[in-house]
Design a protein around this ligand. Structure first.
Ligand SMILES: *Cc1c(COP(=O)(O)O)cnc(C)c1O
Length: 422
């Protein structure tokens, strides 16, 4: 009898050691679609206009630009080409320096290298993980032509500093909004502040057509230039076989545009839901010392955060030194689709080894990559009950962290975000 009780007590509550899983259901599957999407796709299918520019492409460009209070929208094939095209259209030339952040997807810097310009990596702000404006100001040289400003995880960068800085130094500002559909700074949607706003509609993004991208701008000359480059150097109103610029084919199809029109309609509601759920998560985390959201406090000027990622920092000292990998594996076993974040700042990728670039000291970025974990955006579209269970799962794992320290774990960690996540 006594032995049995002891056995029962010794059995772990943690799912990773055979205890009951906290979250029995997964979060909502991304992307969302309904009957409207079938009908929209069928209409494009039956139109016969599968390539070229189906009318839905123009409609989507207009709607997306209007949504951002921008004059022009130029739909393109993805959010990497959009950056390359924006840089070229804005006059960035081979050999120019372009300031980029180290905490982002590789495309924010590889697009710079693809057009022959040189990425200059500058450290990020410890709270937002966006480019630190003070350090950017110090990194500007006579060769600097542009800044690629990423709104990491959906949190707007410090535009009140970057706008006057770019004006004073005559720098091109490209906002990389691949994480930031619907994010707002002082009530204005991001993407509409810089010379160009660049968006991705890749599968993991908060608006998606599987692949796709768009540029927005308020400048007619830049818009025409970008449109021309994306469409084989053609001129608006020109003949089909008249090519005035060195262009490429970066066209978006009608199938994608028609899906994106529906996605844009759902976006405001989804942004609001993600912000509500994120607030609940943040409230829950306030009692958990080991994990803190980034940023810890939302800046008053961030009137909407897009929450492409719910980013957290882990402090192993708060859990007796338990390794991040072990914590993540234990949380995954509870049914929480958490992963580690970027494994290292992007300048550590081999691609940059043989190419001209500059790395300024990035201790904040380095430390973040060692301690970050992320929840993907679809988690924040779950209901409040699910979020409450997610908090319970985190609390449970933290309360039993001692077991993670001592017991062997044979379950492999799903270290990278689900395939296709950027
Ligand atoms: C996804 C992403 C891109 C690239 O977009 P694609 O459509 O996948 O080419 C660029 N920048 C950032 C920050 C991204 O997350």
């Amino acid at each position: 009898m006594k032995n049995q009780t002891l056995n029962r007590q010794a059995k772990s509550q943690l799912a990773i050691f055979g205890g009951t899983k906290t979250l029995m259901s997964p979060p909502p599957k991304w992307p969302f679609f309904d009957k409207k999407d079938y009908e929209a796709l069928q209409a494009v299918l039956e139109s016969g206009v599968w390539g070229g520019y189906h009318e839905s492409v123009r409609e989507f460009e207009q709607r997306f630009a209007t949504h951002h209070n921008a004059k022009y929208g130029i739909a393109v094939a993805n959010g990497t080409l959009s950056l390359e095209i924006a840089l070229t259209a804005a006059g960035v030339r081979p050999g120019d320096e372009v300031i980029v952040p180290p905490i982002t997807f590789v495309a924010s810097a590889s697009a710079v290298a693809r057009i022959g310009a040189f990425p200059v990596f500058v450290d990020v702000d410890p709270e937002t993980l966006n480019l630190n404006p003070t350090l950017v100001a110090r990194a500007i040289s006579r060769q600097t032509r542009a800044i690629v400003l990423v709104h990491f995880a959906g949190c707007p960068a410090e535009l009140d500093s970057f706008l006057p800085l770019c004006k004073k130094q005559k720098l091109v500002l490209i906002e990389d909004c691949a994480h930031a559909h619907g994010a707002e700074w002082n009530g204005q949607r991001v993407g509409s502040f810089g010379n160009f706003g660049s968006f991705s509609f890749q599968g993991s993004k908060n608006m998606t057509a599987g692949e796709g991208g768009i540029l927005i701008t308020n400048n007619a000359r830049l818009a025409e230039s970008a449109r021309s480059i994306a469409n084989q150097g053609r001129r608006t109103g020109g003949a089909w076989y008249e090519h005035v610029n060195l262009g490429t084919n970066a066209r978006l199809t009608g199938f994608q545009a028609t899906l994106l029109i529906n996605q844009l309609e759902r976006l405001p509601q989804q942004v609001a839901t993600r912000m509500k759920r994120a607030a609940s998560l943040r409230a829950g985390l306030s009692e958990i010392k080991a994990l803190s959201p980034t940023p810890e406090q939302l800046d008053q000027r961030v009137t909407a955060h897009a929450f492409h990622l719910f980013s957290m920092r882990y402090d192993p000292d708060a859990l007796g030194g338990v390794q991040l990998d072990r914590l993540v594996t234990a949380l995954q076993a509870e049914g929480l689709p958490v992963t580690k974040g970027y494994p290292y700042p992007i300048y550590r990728n081999e691609v940059f080894d043989e190419r001209p670039h500059t790395i300024n000291p990035c201790s904040v970025a380095e430390a973040y990559c060692r301690s970050c974990l992320w929840l993907p955006q679809n988690v924040l579209l779950a209901d409040e009950e699910w979020i409450a269970l997610a908090i319970r799962a985190i609390k449970k794992v933290c309360d039993h962290a001692g077991e993670l320290q001592t017991s062997p774990i044979d379950k492999p960690l799903q270290a990278q975000p689900a395939s296709g996540h950027e």
